[in-house]
Ligand binder design. Structure first.
Ligand SMILES: [Fe+2]
Length: 252
């Protein structure tokens, strides 16, 4: 690794740990296009499976135009939005993965649902639908509340969020440096799964909307407070995310 690459790696990891708690990259154009096609195809497959007679060619970022024709709250549970093992293996060959490995060393991708391979999950957020966006949270809370979710020994979790379709700042918002603080939250059990309950009224003014043009990759600390922005854009936002297990030695 070159001197420059080493410096960049150290800078990014420091930023993640002790700085703002996140940094951004850009996925290359070809890989963005491949990923968009994979997710768009997957989206069509889920709709076709649920509604074999519904004929339409609407692209995923125009989903809001046809979403009234499907039971939105039923057909998109998390497991229906995880890419197949074949697509996961294709993704592992991306130059993005190579770049991340240069920063973090060899890493693996989490598999909370025990599918047997790393989970790449995509998400839909329609314009002006508040319910399409979850509450502000730290990912760490979910892991702490659900200790049966496997984390390899001596590993840190690092989250990766990729914008596939998004109008400017209608993507992800974060509370910079919040990974250095502690916040109180309660919890409740829902569908056999523990979820954090957090009063975010006091921290809303600290949230900063990020520029999330398509292809933006936001890499952030497991303890960073973040959440989706209510989409005030014109198209359905589509993003993909995954959790990396990074060797703690590299991280420290
Ligand atoms: Fe999250």
């Amino acid at each position: 690794m070159s001197y420059y690459q080493n410096k960049m790696r150290d800078k990014n990891i420091l930023e993640l740990k002790d700085g703002s708690g996140f940094f951004t990259l850009k996925i290359n154009k070809d890989e963005l296009e491949i990923l968009r096609n994979i997710v768009n195809e997957h989206f069509h497959k889920v709709i076709k499976t649920n509604y074999p007679n519904l004929n339409f060619n609407t692209k995923i970022n125009e989903y809001h135009k046809i979403s009234e024709k499907v039971e939105h709250n039923k057909i998109w549970p998390m497991v229906s939005r995880v890419l197949s093992e074949e697509k996961y293996n294709q993704f592992l060959k991306f130059e993005l993965i190579d770049r991340l490995s240069k920063m973090f060393g060899k890493f693996s991708i989490s598999d909370e649902n025990k599918l047997g391979y790393g989970e790449l999950v995509w998400r839909l957020v329609r314009p002006n639908k508040k319910d399409d966006v979850g509450p502000i949270h730290c990912d760490k809370w979910f892991w702490d509340l659900n200790p049966n979710h496997y984390v390899p020994e001596n590993c840190e979790r690092v989250k990766c969020w990729i914008s596939l379709w998004c109008d400017n700042k209608n993507g992800l918002q974060v509370y910079p440096k919040s990974q250095l603080k502690n916040f109180n939250y309660k919890s409740e059990k829902r569908h056999g799964y523990m979820k954090p309950i957090f009063d975010h009224s006091n921290i809303e003014s600290f949230m900063e909307k990020q520029n999330c043009d398509p292809g933006t990759v936001i890499i952030f600390n497991d303890k960073l407070l973040h959440g989706g922005v209510v989409n005030e854009g014109l198209q359905t936002r589509v993003s993909m995310e995954f959790t990396m297990f990074v060797n703690r030695k590299k991280f420290n």
